[in-house]
Design a protein around this ligand. Structure first.
Ligand code: TRP
Length: 331
């Protein structure tokens, strides 16, 4: 029976094409899960969340499509997983409203993610932005998701989802699980600038899944490094640390030999390191790029995937919503 499987859900804001951080931090982990018989994965394109920062309707429409293509090209299998667009399953918004009755404004306004966005877009300090984590809790709990492969940057949001689950269970006797992070191999993918994580909103920080080998080389060439004659342990922050994290991900068996040792003895050659890294990354992206080209030529196939995905998601979402409405006194 399908519902004896554990549901896992993840989503990406529809603000553009996926980058390597999204892929390593989430998509790759989910692809692993879809092959296991234990899990039932849901992949969502968060179009409503994309409206919490300044956007234009035409780009939003295009970006939803870009994310779906990237998801499918990266290997999500719609036969095994449900791929859907958030706004097409209306229950997300309705449950979020019900959840908003158990979350305080103070709690939400102190979240680091909220504060950062307000700083970034001071003209856009909207109610929708404040409400972001409530909608995300709804995305997660509608499917009674227990574990999610999300990046570390999402942990404050996950904490809100847990608090909501707990409050709802205490107050209304629902049975929401308290969702946990499922750590993927790439749960923290650093920025190419050497500061913070890879992010679409930071120019020069990311590699796109559609980048050519030349582009990847060009981007890696810009990662700031030291003179290469330093000795001692690898720095905790900065460009050298970013390269090191990537090296570990892409050369799991020989990063000590190829990176750590030469660094420690002051003989590291960053141009060699960067070139071999660019090639490994590109090799992983080639099949994704090929599949994307095939999918781009089959828009009806993509439409069908989204219709089926929304239908599968809606079935479960409706059950949860009905249950919550009843328990909260709406029925
Ligand atoms: N906040 C997530 C991000 O910025 C996107 C997201 C929206 C999400 N709803 C979700 C992730 C539900 C996991 C589960 O990447």
């Amino acid at each position: 029976m399908a519902n004896s499987k554990k549901r896992v859900l993840s989503g990406i804001r529809a603000t553009g094409r996926l980058h390597l951080g999204n892929y390593l931090g989430m998509v790759k982990g989910m692809i692993g899960l879809q092959e296991s018989k234990e899990y039932e994965p849901f992949f969502m394109v968060a179009d409503l969340h994309a409206m919490t920062t300044p956007y234009d309707p035409e780009s939003l429409r295009r970006n939803v499509r870009e994310v779906v293509l990237d998801y499918l090209a990266a290997g999500l299998n719609p036969e095994k997983a449900s791929v859907f667009v958030q706004s097409l399953v209306r229950e997300h918004v309705e449950l979020a409203y019900l959840f908003s009755t158990v979350v305080s404004i103070a709690r939400l306004s102190h979240l680091p993610t909220y504060k950062e966005k307000v700083k970034q877009y001071p003209e856009n300090n909207t109610l929708a932005l404040l409400y972001y984590p409530v909608l995300m809790a709804s995305d997660i709990l509608l499917y009674k998701t227990q574990a999610l492969p999300v990046g570390d940057d999402q942990l404050p949001h996950l904490e809100i989802a847990r608090e909501i689950a707990k409050k709802m269970n205490e107050k209304y006797g629902t049975d929401f699980p308290e969702p946990q992070q499922m750590k993927t191999e790439g749960h923290y993918v650093p920025s190419l600038t050497g500061e913070g994580k890879m992010s679409k909103s930071v120019e020069g920080s990311y590699i796109n899944l559609t980048d050519s080998l030349e582009e990847i080389k060009r981007k890696l060439a810009k990662v700031p490094t030291d003179s290469g004659t330093q000795r001692g342990s690898i720095p905790e922050i900065g460009g050298v640390r970013s390269l090191y994290v990537f090296y570990k991900l892409y050369f799991p068996d020989d990063f000590e030999e190829l990176f750590e040792k030469p660094y420690k003895s002051g003989r590291i050659r960053y141009d060699t390191i960067k070139n071999s890294l660019a090639e490994r990354i590109y090799n992983e992206l080639v099949p994704i790029q090929e599949k994307r080209r095939v999918l781009e030529a089959k828009p009806e196939h993509v439409d069908k995937v989204l219709i089926d995905g929304a239908e599968k998601a809606r079935k479960i979402a409706q059950l949860t919503l009905e249950e919550v409405k009843e328990k909260m006194g709406l029925k």
